[in-house]
Write a protein that binds this ligand. Structure first.
Ligand code: UTP
Ligand code: MN
Length: 536
């Protein structure tokens, strides 16, 4: 056993050692450099010696990687030889965080040990590098892309590049942005973390620029290009301005070029004439930065169901968008409303909006009438704006009162829910014939709270005729990338045009009706992908 003095080698030496028999090593793979330094410091503060370099005296190795085998593989490559002591424990970050929380080095047990892969073949081949080749299907709509995936450290970086290109704005920038997104989408579908450049060799959506970024992240835990973007005033200001409702990259660039840098600058500037959307966007800027939680979205659905119940029966109200894909929060709530009898959905939205406005719940809105024409659903369009549909809709800023959330979260719809789609869908469809507790309570009016017990949130209401419901659901479930992919696939591989209104077979020159998402996937000869696996 090494002496404590030796163990302290590499320590900052500023903190007293409480655990002389431990020498901790934190694997930097998948941990940004700054955080890595921070982790080492806090461990030392708790009296745990930490080695900056791996050596055979290390007793505890902690890592963000998923298995002991991965850790060994990564360290072997990094240090070009085997320097891990046979007695060293290879632990998950859980050991680390628990030790920090408890202010003591936790006893090691299986709960904290990383699992082993138990690949006999691999063990037999010893140091020979055996890696399964990673590959993904050509189109994102042919893959399963979960919300939580293994390559966040890379996809976060690529999505900054995407955003940066998006902010830049030209046609070329649009295709660059898309290329970053495609690269990110393929990494999200991988069954494990990328640990070497060989892992991305077979991924055709990852171009030269993306490879360079991935390599840098692999080697240094971060990318200098991304850090430069993030710290640039231009990027930060563009992010701030595009966060204003009603302001896209074109306007944000214009404001930047006029010398504006802050929201105050926009409010003060005499040269800028703000649109109505932007005025409201600035007024509720802080509110709209707060994500809407699932609890809030569900409470709101219960409330909307109750309101619609007063207008008509036989309606369905579904939360679509990110929530149906399993997200816990979102930048808005997207409601898809439909009537079981075709045609009866007409006029519903006006009535609903009138009721909500009477109650003072709509702070601002943009309405769109149904302008759907069959002709427009026959030819494919893959540009940014043509992803939009022609349904009747109302995009609102909704005054969400905390008392509304409290009251309507109590409502349990579970026994009254009609599931329209896949069986284990975590988000089910609720029909309007359901009664909520709030109705039974007889409390209808929402109390005004002068201490602003409310905040503005964005809520989109979309109404579709029942014959287009499945297509509207597919479109509004997203993700945007999934839509882009499935539409491109339909066009290129099947000569069909897919929109949120329907599927048009250009060869047979006819629309293909569908009553469920599954039927659409069948028409497209695609394996069904659950909504929570469409997070590309
Ligand atoms: P959102 O922009 O609300 O995205 O559009 P999201 O996935 O729900 O993300 P968060 O959680 O709010 O941040 C939801 C889906 O609706 C489609 C988009 O393509 C997206 O997939 N959509 C949006 C349309 O089909 N038409 C529109 O006019 C707007
Ligand atoms: Mn949304």
């Amino acid at each position: 056993m090494a002496t404590p003095a030796k163990r302290r080698k590499g320590d900052a030496g500023r903190f007293s050692v409480k655990y002389p028999d431990i020498l901790l090593f934190i694997v930097d793979r998948n941990i940004p450099r700054v955080r890595h330094e921070h982790l080492k410091t806090i461990a030392r503060k708790k009296g745990i010696p930490v080695a900056d370099k791996l050596c055979c005296n290390v007793t505890h190795i902690v890592s963000e990687l998923e298995t002991q085998d991965k850790v060994v593989e990564v360290l072997r490559k990094q240090y070009k030889k085997d320097v891990i002591s046979e007695d060293a424990e290879i632990l998950s970050m859980r050991w680390f965080t628990t030790s920090m929380e408890e202010s003591k080095a936790m006893e090691v047990n299986d709960e904290y040990r990383l699992p082993r892969e138990q690949k006999v073949v691999q063990e037999m081949k010893e140091s020979e590098e055996v890696e399964e080749e990673l590959s993904v299907a050509k189109y994102a709509c042919q893959r399963r892309t979960p919300l939580k995936h293994f390559n966040k450290i890379f996809t976060d970086a690529l999505e900054i590049l995407e955003k940066n290109a998006d902010f830049s704005g030209g046609d070329q920038d649009y295709s660059r942005a898309l290329a970053f997104r495609r690269a990110s989408a393929s990494l999200k579908a991988l069954p494990r973390t990328v640990t070497s450049m060989k892992d991305v060799a077979k991924l055709s959506d990852i171009g030269k620029h993306c490879r360079e970024v991935i390599q840098e992240v692999l080697e240094d835990g971060h990318s200098s290009e991304i850090e430069n973007i993030l710290s640039s005033q231009w990027f930060q200001t563009m992010k701030l301005f595009t966060g204003v409702y009603g302001c896209g990259p074109v306007t944000a660039r214009k404001w930047y070029d006029m010398g504006c840098r802050t929201l105050q600058d926009l409010k003060k500037s005499e040269k800028i004439s703000l649109s109505k959307d932007q005025i409201k966007g600035l007024e509720y800027y802080d509110d709209l930065q707060v994500p809407v939680t699932k609890v809030e979205a569900e409470a709101l659905r219960n409330f909307i169901i109750e309101e619609l119940n007063q207008i008509s029966g036989e309606l369905s109200v579904l939360i679509t968008g990110g929530f149906i894909r399993g997200k816990d929060s979102g930048h808005d709530v997207d409601f898809l409303i439909s009537h079981s009898v075709e045609g009866k959905e007409q006029g519903l939205l006006n009535k609903l909006m009138s009721r909500l406005m009477e109650k003072g719940l709509i702070l601002h809105y943009n309405g769109q009438i149904n302008s759907f024409k069959e002709e427009s659903a026959k030819s494919p369009k893959h540009s940014k704006s043509s992803m939009l549909d022609q349904f009747e809709k109302c995009l609102t800023m909704f005054k969400l009162d905390s008392s509304l959330v409290e009251r309507y979260s109590r409502t349990t719809m579970s026994d009254k829910v009609a599931d329209t789609e896949s069986t284990s869908n975590p988000q089910s469809n609720a029909t309007c014939s359901a009664k909520s507790d709030a109705i039974e309570d007889g409390k209808h009016s929402l109390s005004e709270n002068k201490d602003k017990a409310w905040r503005a949130i964005r809520v989109d209401f979309v109404v579709c005729p029942s014959s287009q419901y499945a297509y509207a659901l597919l479109g509004w479930t997203g993700s945007r990338m999934f839509n882009r992919s499935i539409r491109l696939y339909s066009d290129r591989e099947l000569n069909m045009t897919l929109t949120s209104h329907g599927l048009y077979d250009k060869t047979r020159q006819r629309f293909l009706p569908a009553t469920s998402e599954r039927e659409i996937f069948d028409h497209l000869k695609l394996t069904f992908v659950d909504p929570w696996e469409r997070n590309c």
